[in-house]
Structures are given as structure tokens and as C-alpha cells.
Design a protein around this ligand. Structure first.
Ligand code: XMP
Length: 512
């Protein structure tokens, strides 16, 4: 745990994670805690400041989440955002009411002299999202901003270092939002901007060495994806002689992936990479299976069997490392309790318990883009760290219906043409995830003078920030035309290309 950052108390707002992102972007470490946690949880972080975030609840509701009382008497600087400001008002003698105008969207702020608004001109746009409002500030507080509709848009008590804003400084639509956060973190709270991936990697390496002790030895399931690749680079830096990555080739990878992993980790880094050739085993167990859930279960089971077999051949292993990230951790610390959405690839099926290994999760404090930055810091190529996410079950959930070797080869060829095209045209980095899906149907076409009866491929490209929701990527029709004819010209057996225009929800990103 890193001391001296910011403790952000979460009361269930959709924006809490965004506050954490912004604070870290400004170079200050922060952690989110459930808003109704014990004060001891907060002090454990030894924070230099506290942010009370927003909430869909009303402060006067029966079941509304309440922070520990010490939040209102601490000498640490406190910034309340939206519900957070209402909490400060409600709990320290002010007044909060509902039943006025609800306000969602832009508003223009009249700001007064305040060190929270230092160097920010009055009259700029802020983003509102609230039903309730503060109608009376507590004694000792002054109103520092208002809008035409809202008499108290910000309030403060300089002596107590307690600040509140009704709007959301963390969203981009609040044009000076980052300046406000900067003023709070650096001018008001005197925090230092020392959080970057160099700082993190030094710390993480110490942590790994400490965890392993003198004689510990760690293994990792390397998939070729970003997270496990970065964990591998980190473990290699920390304990090069006591780290063994295990790469299970399940025969359902992207074209060239196995070679790429071997080149990067085996040759470039010189790791003791164990490659398990699982293609035959996976494909034969999957033969004839169409149901997506059955496919996933089979892949999960066979993966564990092969991984365990490989792991058992290595003497003296004490730890299993995993690429769990902060958003997965947040999911399970939310004040509403653990949610069921933890991704399956973070669930190695009880392996650590079964093998009597201790779990090592060195990335559990990081967001995805921080992981990418860390990867670069540790010497991974930009190509590797900026790759799109790829599901654990791989191409199995992109070949609809039963899987055959021929179809796997066909899809690998199509996907390579698609992805190469996106890279060539500099579209790859605008897209969260792009891939091809092989449909289990044939359609009629005509090539040269011949009538064809070949396969249909769907192309999918989506934009997203976390994969939880997504929109289809509005690809320029000229690019669609070019990539479609390139695929049909280069890959025998495909005569028709369709483009998926579903968002998530109601669709999912993958087709199965
Ligand atoms: P969906 O299809 O649920 O995907 O919208 C959201 C994100 O998760 C990935 N995904 C998976 N990852 N095992 C994984 O490791 C899986 O079974 C799995 N299913 C989906 C998907 O590629 C997208 O990034």
C-alpha cells in the first residue's frame, strides 16, 4: 500500500472511478474505498486528503451510504463532489433538499474568490448531474459558486480545509475541472506529484521480492495479452532466476501469436519460457461442440489441466502470479458488495488453493492505461502493450458453431488481413477492440465467371473505455470497402463480408 495519496470514498456514482483516474493522471496516488467503510480503513492508507464522491442516493434517505463520522472532524483537507458536498452540508449543520429542479448537463458557473478556483475565470461550463441540492450551507462556510438555477454550486470552509462542489470536476465537459482538482491536490492539500510508472515499478519490484522471501519461486500463465505480458516483464525484472512463465498454446490464438510470445519473452528477455503445445488436445475436446458456454467450460478445464501438469514439473514453486487489475478489485470492494462480473480470465478455477500456492497480483493497483505505460517502462514494445484485448477462450468464441482446424485457419487469415489494414491506416489505436467472426453459413457469390458458394465473415470494431459498454466504430465507408475487397481477394473461401453495427448493450462485444 502506498502512503500519502488520496482516499476516495465511493457511494456508488458512475463517476467515482473517473475521479480516481484524474487524480492519478495528475501524478497523485489514490485508492477508492467503500463510502461506508470504517475510519480505520481510511487511516490505513495514511492519506494526505480525502475526496467524498457522488451517489445516486439522497443524503436523507434511510438506506443512503454514510461515511465514518471522523470524515467530518478530520484535520485532513476534504473535497466533497455532488453527494459528497451534500454530505458535508447535511452532517455539519447545513440543509439539503430535493424537489427542486433536477439538473443534468451543462451549466455556467459564477465563481467567487476561492483557492479552489484559483486562476479559473468565472462564467465557464461545468457538468451537473443531481436531483438534490444544498439550500443552506453550514455555519462557518461560504458559498463560492452559483449558477442561474443553483444558488449553492460550491462552498468552502478555508479554516477547516473543507470544500464542496455540486458539479463534476472529473468529467471533460467541466472545462476547468482538472484545474480544480489540481488546486485541491497541490495548493490546498500540499500533495506531491510523485506517482508514475517508474515509481510504481521500483515499489512493485520490492514488493515482489518481499513476498517471495529468500526462496520463493513464482509461475505465471502467459497468454500473450497485455496484462500477463506486463506481469511477466515485472517478475523478470524482480526475480529473473525464480520466475517461470508458462504459455499454453490452445490452438485458438491470433495468427503468429505463439511466435511473437516466444520471440519477445524467450529470445528478447531470455526468460525460461515453458510452452505447452495444447492445440490437438483443445481442438479434439471441442470437436462438435456449438454451445458457447460449453466451449468456455471445456477450454477452462483443459487449460487448468495442462497448466497444472506443466507447473508440477517445476520444482519448488511457491507462488502463482496473475494480472488482476484495479477495476476488478474495485468491483469487489464497492460498498454494494462484491459483484458477479469479475472476468473469467481472472478466475483460474481455484488453482492456487489446489496447488497450495500463494497468489501474487502485482498489478492490482493499476488501471489498464497505467499497465500499458508500465509495460513500456519495462521494455515491452509499443506493439505488444497497445494490443486490443483478446478473450481467454480466443477464436473459439469467434467461430460460431463447432470448431474445426480449417475454420480456425480461415479465421486467422481473415483476421490478420483486417487487423493489418487497421494498423496500416492508423485506425487501430482509435478502436478499443476489432476482430473478425466466422459465421456458420455459406452464401452465393460470383468471382470471375464462376458462381461461388462460400463463407460469410462479420467484422466487428468497437469503441469503449472499459469493455463494460461499447459502441460500434463508425468506420469510413471507403475503409469498409477497401478492407472487404482485400479480405475476399486474399483469403480463399470467403465471399461476403458484413459489418456489425450493434452497441453493447444490447449486444455484447464478442458474438458468443
Ligand atoms: P463481452 O463479449 O462480454 O466482452 O461484451 C467484454 C470484454 O471481455 C472479453 N471477453 C472475455 N475475456 N474470457 C475472457 O478472458 C471470456 O470468456 C471472455 N468473454 C468476453 C471480450 O473480448 C471483451 O473485451
Amino acid at each position: 500500500m502506498i502512503k500519502g495519496g488520496v482516499a476516495i470514498l465511493d457511494f456508488g456514482s458512475q463517476y467515482t472511478q473517473l475521479i480516481a483516474r484524474r487524480v492519478r493522471e495528475l501524478g497523485v496516488y489514490c485508492e477508492m474505498l467503500p463510502g461506508n467503510c470504517e475510519w480505520s480503513e481510511v487511516t490505513k492508507l495514511a492519506p494526505g486528503a480525502i475526496i467524498l464522491a457522488g451517489s445516486p442516493y439522497s443524503v436523507y434517505g434511510d438506506d443512503s451510504p454514510m461515511p465514518p463520522a471522523e470524515v467530518f472532524s478530520t484535520s485532513l483537507p476534504v473535497l466533497g463532489i455532488c453527494y459528497g458536498m451534500q454530505l458535508i452540508a447535511y452532517r455539519t449543520g447545513g440543509r439539503v433538499e430535493g424537489g427542486h429542479h433536477r439538473e443534468y448537463g451543462p451549466a455556467f458557473l459564477n465563481t467567487l474568490e476561492s483557492n479552489l478556483f484559483a486562476d479559473i475565470e468565472s462564467g465557464q461550463q461545468a457538468w451537473m448531474s443531481h436531483g438534490d441540492r444544498v439550500t443552506e450551507v453550514p455555519e462557518g462556510y461560504t458559498v463560492t459558486a452559483s449558477t442561474d438555477l443553483l444558488p449553492v454550486a460550491a462552498m468552502e470552509n478555508i479554516e477547516l480545509k473543507r470544500y464542496g462542489v455540486q458539479f463534476h470536476p472529473e468529467v471533460n465537459h467541466t472545462v476547468f475541472g482538472l484545474d480544480i482538482l489540481e488546486n485541491f491536490l497541490f495548493n490546498i492539500s500540499s500533495l506531491e506529484a510523485n506517482w508514475d510508472m517508474k515509481f510504481f515499478s521500483t515499489r512493485a519490484i520490492e514488493y515482489i521480492r518481499e513476498e517471495l522471501g529468500e526462496n520463493g519461486k513464482v509461475i505465471l500463465g502467459l497468454s500473450g495479452g497485455v496484462d500477463s505480458s506486463v506481469v511477466a516483464a515485472l517478475l523478470h525484472r524482480a526475480v529473473p532466476d525464480r520466475f517461470v512463465p508458462i504459455f499454453v498454446d490452445n490452438g485458438l490464438l491470433r495468427a503468429g501469436e505463439r511466435e511473437e510470445v516466444q520471440k519477445t519473452f524467450g529470445e528478447h528477455f531470455g526468460m525460461d519460457l515453458i510452452t505447452v503445445d495444447g492445440e490437438d488436445r483443445f481442438l479434439s475436446e471441442l470437436a462438435g461442440v456449438s454451445d458457447p458456454e460449453k466451449k468456455r467450460k471445456i477450454i477452462g478445464r483443459v487449460f487448468i489441466e495442462l497448466f497444472e501438469e506443466a507447473a508440477n514439473s517445476i520444482p519448488g514453486v511457491t507462488h502463482l502470479a496473475q494480472g488482476t487489475l484495479y477495476p476488478d478489485v474495485i468491483e469487489s470492494v464497492s460498498f454494494k458488495g462484491p459483484s458477479a462480473t469479475i472476468k473469467s480470465h481472472h478466475n483460474v478455477g481455484g488453482l492456487p488453493e489446489r496447488m497450495n500456492l500463494r497468489l501474487l497480483e502485482p498489478l492490482r493497483e493499476l488501471f489498464k492505461d497505467e499497465v500499458r505505460e508500465l509495460g513500456r517502462e519495462l521494455g515491452l514494445s509499443n506493439w505488444m502493450v497497445s494490443r486490443h484485448p483478446f478473450p481467454g477462450p480466443g477464436l473459439a468464441v469467434r467461430i460460431l458453431g463447432p470448431i474445426t482446424l480449417e475454420d480456425r485457419n480461415l479465421l486467422q487469415r481473415v483476421d490478420r488481413v483486417f487487423i493489418d489494414y487497421l494498423r496500416e491506416e492508423n485506425l487501430y489505436d482509435e478502436i478499443w477492440q476489432a476482430f473478425s467472426v466466422l459465421l456458420p453459413i455459406r452464401t452465393v457469390g460470383v468471382m470471375g465467371d464462376e458462381r461461388t458458394y462460400d463463407r460469410v465473415v462479420a467484422l466487428r470494431a468497437v469503441t469503449s473505455t472499459d469493455g463494460m459498454t461499447a459502441d460500434w466504430y463508425k468506420m469510413d465507408p471507403a475503409h469498409m470497402a477497401a478492407v472487404s475487397s482485400r479480405i475476399v481477394n486474399r483469403v480463399n473461401g470467403v465471399s461476403r463480408i458484413v459489418y456489425d453495427i450493434s452497441s453493447k448493450p444490447p449486444g455484447t462485444i464478442e458474438w458468443e
